[in-house]
Design a binder for this molecule. Structure first.
Ligand code: ZN
Length: 182
């Protein structure tokens, strides 16, 4: 409970508009016990949780000198109008040898966009600009580089299954992940 008190005080301080006197009273109040206190803590927790969720319309995906995304699953809230994915390449190999990109499409389209991406080649970031199945993508990054993309998340269908793939030469069969819209 001590940890919760600290977090809650931080949340209240974050509001900025709470007068100092009120903060002190609140602190005294929180140090007490009883049903009202429990109720208040519960409500405060719900409020702070929902505000955190509202800000989580973004995800960071890491890759290195192996063929995997970490994590390999992204959850997108239906409340998100836009969503931002940041791809961080924590490896050491250069872009030409171990480049990675992040390409979003329906799960059923991942093989197709990987094929057209391969044909498009390095000059096009391994993404065919004419392939409308590609919902969003980053450019290719090498070791130590970061790329991000922000896309319209409101068009994603919670009943559809989405995934992401790295379309860099030879990576797409194994370098994949799933996207869940909920
Ligand atoms: Zn890759």
């Amino acid at each position: 409970m001590a940890t919760l008190n600290v977090d809650l005080t931080a949340v209240l301080c974050g509001l900025g508009s709470v007068p100092k006197k009120a903060m002190i009273d609140m602190h005294t109040f929180l140090s007490g016990s009883g049903a009202w206190r429990q109720l208040f803590l519960g409500l405060a927790l719900i409020l702070s949780t929902s505000s955190v969720l509202a800000e989580e319309c973004a995800a960071t995906i890491e890759a290195d000198d192996t063929l995997q995304f970490t994590p390999n699953k992204i959850e997108i809230s239906r409340a998100c109008k836009t969503f931002t994915v940041t791809l961080k390449h924590r490896g050491r190999l250069p872009k030409l040898a171990m480049g990675h990109n992040w390409v979003l499409a329906k799960l059923s389209d991942l093989d197709g966009v990987s094929r057209t991406g391969m044909l498009a080649g390095a000059d096009q970031q391994y993404v065919d600009p004419a392939d409308r199945r590609v919902i969003a993508h980053t450019h290719v990054v090498g070791g130590g580089d970061t790329a991000s993309v922000t896309f319209d998340a409101s068009t994603l269908d919670a009943l559809e299954r989405y995934g992401f793939v790295c379309t860099f030469a030879g990576h797409s069969p194994v370098m994949r992940g799933v996207v869940v819209v909920k």
